[in-house]
Design a protein around this ligand. Structure first.
Ligand code: PMP
Length: 337
């Protein structure tokens, strides 16, 4: 019998110490299909179940260091859900309260989980960023009116700094510097920018590729400087129609656009063949990693992010009625029931 286990030699100091240090998983099928090594950073293994635990911790620690957050204080944030979960858990561990503003289009599971962990949740109708009713602006106003600390994940660069110092540094050390390309999707851009900055500081010619869903303006921005979005996507937490402070100046070389059908196929493929249960943004990321690997040719190493887990999207991504309504493929094991 051969047991290949990660060696864990440390004891985490509470929740905070358990954030990050995630495994880099070799994606067998994707690697074999391309002749490359395709690695996924298992961010769904964070205590709050997503890559956003890192940003939440970095933003809170930065605010504490700047004296913006005092014991017993309140954190206010607008979020698609995962940042709210990360912030609420870190707030619980550190003795803060959390007011979370979220568009009502996000999955039931994220809403229920936020309530379960004690967030003061305010659901608002989904509105574009230019509308004053957009969840980001609502959260800023609540912070202003109540004297709470506004986390401002989109434009607070403590977010990308956290990813530069942890996610990016971990990828560099886990691969021993053997990394030719990194690709991931953007919500705030914190993950992409932070990892890009970390990797480029060691290896300037590492290729950084944005993975963009339909309905996001960033693909056009990278390709031609035109931010006008078109189309739409069922993926949650990603896609952007402006250059956030976290994205501003990030060293991004190229972009690929991934349609929902391709992302969803990838999610089901990871489930059936790798035993990895992941959400829609991970489908976009792995589909992009395959494209980048094919572009580079065999023998290269491409890293991406496995952002969060499937159980957060049971009612959508794994619901045959929902998928059929969007003309998306339904995996056979779900359709037979
Ligand atoms: N995937 C999921 C599921 C997310 O919730 C988010 C953040 N909203 C991202 C990807 C994108 O991460 P970032 O904000 O660092 O760009």
């Amino acid at each position: 019998m051969r047991v290949t286990a990660l060696q864990s030699t440390t004891i985490a100091d509470g929740l905070i110490g358990a954030i990050g240090h995630t495994p880099l998983i070799r994606l067998r099928r994707a690697s074999e299909a391309t002749g490359c090594t395709i690695l996924g950073k298992a961010e769904f293994m964070n205590p709050g179940g997503s890559v956003k635990d890192r940003a939440a911790l970095a933003i809170i620690e930065d605010a504490e260091a700047r004296g913006l957050l005092k014991p017993g204080g309140t954190i206010v944030e607008g979020t698609a859900g995962n940042t709210g979960i990360g912030l609420t858990l870190v707030a619980n561990a550190r003795g803060y309260r959390c007011v979370i503003v979220m568009p009502d289009t996000q999955s039931r599971e994220k809403i229920d989980f936020l309530r379960m962990i004690g967030a003061d949740l305010r659901l608002v109708p989904a509105k574009p960023y230019r509308d004053p009713g957009n969840y980001v602006h609502v959260s800023r106003r609540i912070a202003e009116e109540t004297g709470g600390f506004w986390a401002n994940q989109f434009d607070n660069v403590a977010n990308r700094e956290g990813h530069r110092l942890t996610t990016g540094a971990e990828i560099w050390s886990q691969t021993g510097g053997h990394v030719d390309a990194f690709t991931c999707s953007c919500g705030t851009g914190g993950t992409l920018a932070g990892v890009a900055m970390a990797l480029k500081s060691h290896k300037p010619d590492v290729r950084i590729v944005l993975a963009d869903p339909e309905g996001s303006g960033l693909y056009g921005w990278i390709k031609s400087g035109d931010l006008t979005p078109n189309g739409s996507s069922i993926t949650e937490g990603i896609g952007q129609s402006r250059v956030t402070a976290n994205l501003d100046g990030a060293p991004i070389d190229d972009a690929v656009r991934i349609a929902d059908a391709e992302a969803v196929e990838q999610v089901f493929d990871l489930m059936t063949h790798e035993g990895l249960s992941v959400g829609g943004s991970t489908g976009i990321n792995v589909a992009a990693a395959l494209r980048v690997a094919r572009d580079l040719g065999p023998g290269h190493t491409v890293v991406t992010i496995l952002c969060d887990g499937a159980s957060r999207y049971q009612s959508k991504l794994f619901n045959p009625e929902f998928l059929k309504g969007k003309s998306l493929p339904v995996p056979p094991w779900l359709d037979e029931r």
